[in-house]
Design a protein around this ligand. Structure first.
Ligand SMILES: Cc1cc2nc3c(=O)[nH]c(=O)nc-3n(C[C@H](O)[C@H](O)[C@H](O)COP(=O)(O)OP(=O)(O)OC[C@H]3O[C@@H](n4cnc5c(N)ncnc54)[C@H](O)[C@@H]3O)c2cc1C
Length: 386
């Protein structure tokens, strides 16, 4: 794949950077991806920790995700293509269960009365047969289970792994810490020079990176546990306050906390207690915890992602002026929050379309933030609104 100069230098091999690399290659573009070197073999990113759940109806307001069907269908086809290229399936159709209180049932029936097309996204199911008395997970009593048949899961660590292997085979990957001031514009060739790489455009897919990007982050740390639940049928993801989703064999992921105050990647005893308490409500009182991880979700105000092409000084603070002839040669995909798995592939496509003049939907256009100052995070600590 490697030609010189490359069409895109992608900074960050998380979900956003990986999705963009595949989408660009599918258009015949030549990419190079750089990722910061791990520290002592480890540097958790949101994508290496995140559970990858795709959930149509979320939060207390039982809201259907923005353009859900369009994103879901684009994401499913994207992972089909990745599977065809790598032989590895990272996407699984996996329905989810959610229990609704009487007030929530009332809210949902009102919503469906107003908008009947919502009904298939969350439908009441027969409580018998959901769980046997011998199963570790038990539904809460006296409230009804509903099913989201269109829920799914992306195995994010696996997706990062197969993407890295593909990029390395193509000699299109290197470990490097990107510093924006190190990018030198060569007017003669109309390319950016970054170390040994020359590129026509640079796209920052750097996740939560307030020192690098002039975006008003409203990020939140999330913690999750890997627990052993022997004998639990792995047909569904369970949502009831927290969520629990099956991995391989008897291992399940349980998450996730939501903490906008402590933006680091350290698992905490408080996070573990919070998740164990949530799991107790699903019938598991002393789970065998196999691992405990944390990372920061890159979110922005409004909980919508941001993409776009800009001048360097609009994207990165305190740098000298962008050469006038290099108009809008720096791109960004960020703000994936708790829905990156659903959003990343189509957003990457939209960004590439925009490089040839297509309009980015205003809801996700980075330009909505350019004049604003970072707001102060106000959300209290709690479980993620999945
Ligand atoms: C506990 C938890 C649970 C979650 N659960 C879900 C879920 O169920 N469903 C869902 O859709 N989403 C979930 N998410 C969110 C999801 O994981 C994120 O939206 C997504 O992974 C963000 O991807 P990203 O590529 O934007 O950022 P990141 O994953 O943070 O990737 C950014 C990459 O850029 C690299 N980088 C940064 N700066 C530089 C630099 N200067 N030079 C070189 N490289 C750099 C970083 O090392 C990193 O690898 C969860 C997140 C957490 C923490």
């Amino acid at each position: 794949m490697r030609r010189t100069p490359v069409d895109l230098l992608i900074v960050g091999q998380g979900l956003a950077g990986s999705a963009l690399a595949w989408q660009a290659a599918a258009r015949g573009l030549c990419v190079h991806v750089i990722e910061r070197p791990p520290v002592q073999g480890r540097r958790p990113s949101a994508s290496s920790v995140g559970a990858g759940l795709i959930t149509p109806i979320t939060g207390a307001r039982l809201a259907l995700g923005w353009r859900f069907d369009e994103f879901r269908s684009a994401t499913a086809s994207f992972y089909e293509r990745v599977a065809a290229n790598t032989g590895t399936r990272c996407f699984t159709d996996r329905p989810a269960l959610r229990w609704l209180s009487p007030a929530e049932e009332e809210l949902w029936s009102q919503k469906c009365f107003k908008t009947p097309s919502l009904k298939p996204y969350l439908r009441a199911i027969n409580p018998t047969g959901i769980c046997r008395s011998s199963d570790p997970l038990q539904g809460p009593e006296n409230i009804r289970p509903y099913e989201m048949p269109l829920a799914a899961r992306v195995n994010l660590p696996l997706f990062l792994e197969v993407t890295r292997a593909w990029l390395e085979r193509e000699q299109a990957f290197s470990f490097e810490e990107f510093a924006p001031q190190s990018a030198i514009w060569s007017a003669t060739d109309a390319v950016w020079q970054v170390g040994g790489i020359t590129a026509r455009r640079i796209v920052l897919c750097t996740g939560y990176s307030p020192a690098l990007l002039r975006i008003p982050f409203l990020a939140a740390k999330g913690e999750l546990l890997e627990v052993s639940l022997p004998g639990q049928p792995s047909t569904h993801t369970w949502h009831h306050g927290a969520w629990a989703t099956p991995q391989e064999e008897d291992l399940w992921l349980v998450g996730a906390t939501y903490d906008p105050q402590h933006l680091d990647d350290q698992p905490t005893p408080e996070g573990r207690t919070e998740l164990c308490t949530a799991l107790e409500k699903l019938g598991v009182s002393r789970p065998q915890v196999i691992s405990h991880q944390a990372a920061v979700r890159p979110a922005v105000p409004g909980q919508m992602p941001v993409i776009g092409w800009l001048k360097r000084e609009d994207l990165v603070p305190s740098l000298p002026g962008h050469p006038p002839e290099a108009t809008s040669a720096w791109g960004v995909i960020n703000g994936l929050g708790s829905r990156g798995s659903l959003w990343a592939p189509l957003l990457a496509d939209w960004l590439l379309d925009a490089s040839t003049g297509a309009r980015i939907p205003s809801e996700v256009d980075i330009h909505r933030f350019l004049a604003s100052k970072p707001p102060v995070a106000k959300t209290p600590r709690g479980l993620a609104p999945q």
